[in-house]
Design a protein around this ligand. Structure first.
Ligand SMILES: Nc1ncnc2c1ncn2[C@@H]1O[C@H](COP(=O)(O)OP(=O)(O)OP(=O)(O)O)[C@@H](O)[C@H]1O
Ligand SMILES: [Mg+2]
Length: 253
């Protein structure tokens, strides 16, 4: 088997001694589309921050391209969960996207190649025509696209999105997932989502996180997960048994 892009082994993490993740182990393969699901407070965003090297494990290990994640941060494009709440910042769409290039530079000096990268990323996300608009004047769904464009400016090997569709309507979601599907042809994608459509349309693997992690290396959800509304029962995870997998029927039944 090819070397995994991301490898998580026996990972433990707590905030102020309150355990959030326990004994989490899984690999993400090249060009995988991993959907991370699970209840509120289950530890999804925390897991992502550990994968990105923004948090350090209490025990266990995260490797990205076989290196500590902080050493390869240039491989990641990251769209955080709460990016949409930072309102009241009077800058243009183009400037927001250009900021994605800043961490590439020791000094905050932006040049022609950075502007080209920003324009390209806006084009990919279908947002070029809004480049001179104020970011505050866009709808939630449009802003989400801009923040994905910002993450794409460094042409990352791995694109990580934490609930990208929270403020996107149903039609917008379908479009966004089509875009992500295209992006997945050339890069690995990790998406946290409560949205079933992610699984139906894209995912090649599903991880359900609720302190522990249940990993499923098919882009399918199990009947157990459906029945339990993604509550990821502890016994299901603890036994670690491969269990019954039912393909979701085309008609959703
Ligand atoms: N900075 C922090 N300090 C202390 N506790 C935290 C911090 N961030 C998160 N937590 C707690 O850790 C647990 C996991 O939080 P996390 O944000 O990872 O969950 P989540 O699965 O992403 O939830 P959601 O679906 O609501 O986004 C929660 O109980 C949360 O209150
Ligand atoms: Mg979260």
């Amino acid at each position: 088997m090819d070397e995994p892009v991301i490898s998580v082994k026996n990972l433990y993490f707590s905030y102020n001694s309150v355990p959030v993740l326990e004994n989490v182990t899984f690999d993400v393969a090249d060009r995988e589309f991993l959907a991370i699901i699970g209840p509120n407070g289950g530890g999804k965003s925390t897991l992502i921050k550990l994968m990105l090297g923004l948090l350090k494990p209490d025990a266990g290990q995260v490797r990205v391209f076989n290196k500590p994640p902080a050493k390869v941060s240039y491989c990641f494009g990251y769209v955080p969960q709460d990016v949409l709440v930072n309102k009241g910042f009077p800058i243009s769409v183009f400037e927001v996207v250009l900021m994605g290039r800043l961490r590439h530079h020791r000094r905050a000096r932006i040049g022609g190649s950075d502007r080209e990268a920003a324009a390209r990323a806006l084009e990919i996300m279908g947002m070029r025509k809004y480049e001179n608009h104020k970011i505050d004047d866009l709808s939630g769904g449009q802003r989400e696209r801009v923040f994905i464009a910002r993450a794409l400016t460094i042409d990352p090997d791995i694109l990580v999105l934490d609930e990208p569709t929270a403020s996107v309507d149903t039609g917008g979601r379908a479009e966004l997932y089509n875009l992500l599907k295209d992006l997945n042809r050339t890069r690995t994608i990790v998406v946290v989502s409560h949205d079933l459509m992610v699984m139906y349309s894209n995912a090649t693997a599903v991880a359900c996180v609720n302190r522990q992690l249940y990993y499923h290396d098919k882009g399918e959800i199990t009947q157990d997960m459906l029945d339990l509304g993604y509550q990821c029962p502890v016994e299901l995870i603890a036994h670690g048994q491969p269990h019954r997998v039912l393909k979701v029927h085309e008609d959703g039944s």
